[in-house]
Design a protein around this ligand. Structure first.
Ligand SMILES: [Zn+2]
Length: 442
């Protein structure tokens, strides 16, 4: 009958061995009003599931009654849709064992249909709690959790493949490992999450990456990182062909932090002797950190902290001239930032070289030494357009997942959820220019 065919389509019952009856009822099931469909599952088995005898003459295995099972198919208008399925029981004359008919609609000993399980996984892709998914789909939270683990574990990366361009980052882990940072790495071209590792410590990560085949590790050409130095050892040991790229934003951040420390140092010195200047340095921290080239120099106005007319430029100048050390650091940091912005590696290197002829405060010197140490990765960061922007976007979303989530006291659950959210939905490969043109002129 034609409408039976439509019902089968709507209910996603593809197994031809299931006959659907032309009848539905509404009844209470587990305290909720449910829509019930009726069906029968039967066929001639090809063999015995117990002893393996082939049912050649169709006489070795005989029908032996039925068993009713109630299967959750989904829901309609907030009512659960159930299928009361009469499953054929069989008796094997060979070994005298009995068994039930099997169907692709539902796994053995399970009452949640496979299409409904697939739907649960699709819902797990969205940013919502598992409790909410359970409520919407009329299943228990533990059912959602089981699908989470099953789908998530299935997304573990194969050990014989790694993408060519990787991005590394870390995020604050679940409560279970208090204070610890977990590690995440992505394909830095299509921004797919490859995996999440519980611990970001060097020996832990080395052990993790060494489990990938040599061929897979050899494929990796670049790894983009922040300034967390243990990664460098991991990359050098595990990826023989990889260039290390330090995210440009982190280099600039590092420089700004150094400049800000000098501002605070100057400010505290002036606290009792020049209270007005102390206030200026305290209030106008943003002005000190702003790139010199971005300061407005022709818009003059009055400002309550200053006498007469001022511009951003004149105020910034006033502030840095409050201490020669602050001024020297300001100039150096601005030159270095400008070299990064314009992809002038030779200039960057020369600026670092020139600092050796001058004296700088100890804190500034430490920063300069760090930059010197990372000179190669910094050069790569001026050559490649790759950055840690995408992975940081993903990390922000992980924070949301943790916030919305039930059950993330457990690292495995969080990892599974993140893999489902970020790698189940395949992203399009963006064709993006991989290299900058290096500015040799500077
Ligand atoms: Zn048998």
């Amino acid at each position: 009958m034609a409408h039976i065919h439509s019902i089968r389509n709507i209910l996603e019952i593809k197994d031809e061995n299931i006959q659907i009856e032309n009848k539905t009822t509404e009844e209470n099931h587990n305290n909720s009003k449910s829509i019930i469909f009726y069906g029968t599952l039967t066929y001639t088995p090809s063999g015995c599931t117990n002893c393996g005898v082939i049912n050649e003459s169709h006489a070795d295995i005989v029908k032996n009654g039925t068993k009713m099972s109630i299967i959750k198919l989904g829901q309609f208008n907030f009512k659960p849709v159930l299928l009361k399925l009469k499953k054929q029981r069989f008796l094997c004359k060979h070994c005298r064992s009995t068994f039930s008919a099997q169907t692709s609609l539902v796994d053995r000993n399970c009452f949640i249909s496979n299409p409904l399980k697939a739907l649960i996984v699709m819902e797990l892709v969205e940013e919502q709690s598992m409790t909410l998914i359970a409520k919407h789909l009329n299943v228990s939270v533990s059912t959602v959790l089981r699908q989470l683990i099953k789908a998530g574990e299935g997304l573990r990366p194969a050990k014989n493949y790694l993408p060519i361009h990787l991005g590394f980052d870390e995020f604050k882990s679940v409560k279970q490992v208090s204070g610890a940072m977990s590690f995440i790495f992505i394909d830095n071209i299509n921004h797919e999450v490859i995996d999440i590792v519980e611990n970001r410590q060097q020996r832990y990560l080395m052990d993790y990456f060494m489990r990938f085949s040599y061929e897979a590790r050899k494929r990796v050409q670049t790894v983009t990182i922040d300034m967390y130095s243990p990664y460098i050892g991991v990359i050098n040991d595990c990826f023989p062909n990889a260039k290390i790229i330090i995210d440009r934003f982190h280099i600039v951040q590092h420089l700004n932090r150094c400049l800000n420390q000098m501002r605070i140092k100057t400010m505290n010195k002036l606290r009792n002797v020049q209270p007005r200047d102390y206030r200026k340095l305290k209030k106008q921290w943003k002005l000190v950190l702003k790139n010199t080239s971005d300061l407005n120099f022709n818009n003059f106005f009055t400002h309550r902290l200053y006498d007469g007319m001022v511009s951003e430029y004149t105020m910034a100048n006033y502030l840095i001239e409050l201490s020669p050390q602050l001024r020297d650091t300001y100039e150096l940091v601005n030159n270095l930032k400008s070299a990064i912005r314009h992809h002038q590696f030779d200039r960057f290197k020369q600026l670092l070289q020139d600092t050796k002829k001058r004296t700088y405060p100890r804190k500034v010197r430490t920063v300069l030494q760090t930059l010197e140490k990372y000179l190669d990765p910094i050069e790569e960061s001026l050559i490649y357009t790759l950055s840690n922007g995408p992975i940081e976007g993903i990390n922000n979303k992980i924070k949301n997942i943790k916030r919305s989530g039930y059950g993330y006291r457990n690292f495995r659950n969080l990892r599974c959820r993140a893999l489902i959210v970020f790698s189940l939905v395949k992203r399009k490969n963006e064709s993006k220019e991989l290299y900058y043109e290096l500015d040799k002129a500077g």
